[in-house]
Design a protein around this ligand. Structure first.
Ligand code: SAM
Length: 249
C-alpha cells in the first residue's frame, strides 16, 4: 500500500476527514440565507465520506453533486446517504476539484469544507465562481490565522504544509478581489478540531498500527498526525479554519 491508500484506510471509517460540525454547516447555511422551500442545484467539493453532504441534504431541497478524488470515500458517502432521511437527492462524482465537468452558471450553491487547500484558496474560489449562477453562494472553509502575529515555529510549520495560510482579513480580501460579495464568516471552535476530528483519528491509530505498523510509511503517517495534534493543542489560539460565505455578483 502506498501513502495515499494508507491514509484513506485510516480516515475512511471516521465521520469526517477534517475539522467541522453539523452545527457549523448549519450556521453557514443561516449566513447564506438559503430558502428551505426552494430547490437548489448544489455541488459539495472534496466531500470526503460526506459529513457536510448529509447536513446539506437534510436541510435543503434539490440536488447535490458530491465530488471527491477518491471512489472509496464516495462509496462510504453513498452508504451514509442511503441510510438517512433526506430532502435533497445526492449523486457522486469522482473528479478533481480543479478540473470539473460542469457548465458555466450551473449551480446555486457551491460548498467545500476543508478541501480547497488541495488546489489553493484563490485558485479554487476563482475557478468555482465560473460554475455559480449570478447571486449563487460559495461556502468554503479554509485554514486561517486568527491573529495578526504568531510564534515563528508555528508560522514555519503551517507555511511549509500550506503556503497559502493567511489571516482571516486577507482571505476575505481574496474573495473580494475575485468579485464576490462576502456575506459573513466565522471561526470553527475547538470542538470541531478535537472532538470531531483529531480524537476519532487518534483512536484509530492503535488498530491501524497493528495492521500496518511494519511499514515505515504508516509509522510516519501516525507520527505526523500526532505532531499536528500537538501543534494544535499548543497553538490553537492562533489558527483555525475560517468558514467564508460569499455571493457571486
Ligand atoms: N469535506 C470533508 C470533511 O470535512 O469531512 C473532507 C475534508 S478532507 C480534509 C479533504 C478531502 O478532499 C478528502 O476527502 C480528499 O479525498 C479530497 N481531495 C483532495 N484532493 C482533491 C482533489 N484534487 N479533487 C477532489 N477531491 C480532493
Amino acid at each position: 500500500m502506498n501513502e495515499m491508500e494508507l491514509m484513506m484506510h485510516l480516515h475512511l471509517n471516521n465521520d469526517r476527514q477534517g475539522p467541522g460540525s453539523e452545527e457549523m454547516t448549519r450556521l453557514a447555511l443561516d449566513i447564506a440565507r438559503v430558502d428551505k422551500a426552494t430547490c437548489y442545484r448544489m455541488a459539495d467539493l472534496g466531500c470526503g465520506t460526506g459529513a457536510q453532504t448529509l447536513t446539506l441534504a437534510q436541510e435543503l431541497q434539490g440536488e447535490i453533486v458530491a465530488v471527491d478524488l477518491f471512489e472509496t470515500f464516495l462509496e462510504k458517502m453513498q452508504e451514509r446517504i442511503h441510510n438517512a432521511h433526506l430532502k435533497a437527492s445526492v449523486t457522486s462524482l469522482a473528479a478533481s476539484i480543479d478540473h470539473l465537468p460542469f457548465a458555466e452558471g450551473e449551480f446555486d450553491i457551491i460548498w467545500s469544507e476543508g478541501a480547497v487547500y488541495n488546489i489553493g484558496f484563490r485558485k479554487g474560489a476563482g475557478y468555482w465562481k465560473n460554475f455559480l449562477k449570478e447571486g449563487g453562494i460559495l461556502a468554503v472553509s479554509e485554514l486561517s490565522w486568527t491573529t495578526g502575529s504568531r510564534p515563528n515555529e508555528l508560522e514555519q510549520f503551517w507555511k511549509e504544509a500550506y503556503p497559502e495560510v493567511d489571516t482571516v482579513s486577507n482571505k476575505i480580501r481574496v474573495l473580494e478581489d475575485l468579485g464576490y460579495k462576502v456575506l459573513g464568516h466565522f471561526i470553527l471552535p475547538e470542538y470541531c478540531w478535537m472532538e470531531n476530528y483529531y480524537l476519532p483519528l487518534l483512536e484509530r491509530h492503535p488498530s491501524f498500527m497493528k495492521e500496518f505498523g511494519h511499514l515505515e510509511v504508516a509509522r510516519n503517517i501516525v507520527s505526523m498526525d500526532k505532531q499536528e495534534v500537538d501543534f494544535y493543542k499548543q497553538y490553537k489560539d492562533y489558527y483555525s479554519y475560517g468558514f467564508y460565505i460569499a455571493q457571486k455578483m
